[in-house]
Design a binder for this molecule. Sequence first.
Ligand code: C5P
Length: 215
Amino acid sequence: MIVTIDGPAGAGKSTVARKLAAKLGFDFLDTGAMYRCVALSGSRQNVDWEDEAALGEIARSLPLEFDGARVLLGGEDVSAAIRTPEVTAIIHYAADNLMVREAMVDLQRKLAAEDNVVTEGRDQGTVAFPQAECKFFLSASAEERARRRVEQLRQNGKQASLEEVLEQQTVRDEQDEAREVGGLKAAEDALYVITDGMKPFEVVEHLERLVRIRM
Ligand code: C5P
């Protein structure tokens, strides 16, 4: 079974998707981490961001592994390095690149081929897994999402102001929504869940109930 969770930055998708996967005994796929790894690799290799083929090649041969909650790139734990504001600021080069998107969707389908999976991102219910049995679109107000991101960064040992995060988030929402291929959009058959005022465990319980009805 495939459960997709799409939605804007900071809607709590990662936390919720990870916990939901654990409760259901499913694998968890963080597809934002994949695009972040492409951007980080491009930056480290000083890629010319205008050279779409070069970044596409990096994506196709990305030495990416998931080890529980850890993201490994060529064996190095990059879980914190991919979530810095610097990487967030360049992520659009990876996300806008059609070769990168194709490579990432291929990889996502490969990773989901054998097991039950909860996958989260922007295009999981629309592009990567249109046949998924259960699709959610998770959102929350811009302010609440920014507050959550600040807290997440703090937990990773990074300081950021609410204003800075909100500004970056607004830019990213606009970029994610405007993207022609793989843009942020709810699938027609997705269930909308607005998480303002809800604790992560409440969202998880709500989604779990809905998934179990469909199992
Ligand atoms: O979810 P996260 O904030 O880590 O995603 C980082 C960025 O990667 C998003 O803003 C979006 O531009 C891109 N992304 C995407 N498609 C996905 C997941 C993430 O384009 N399925």
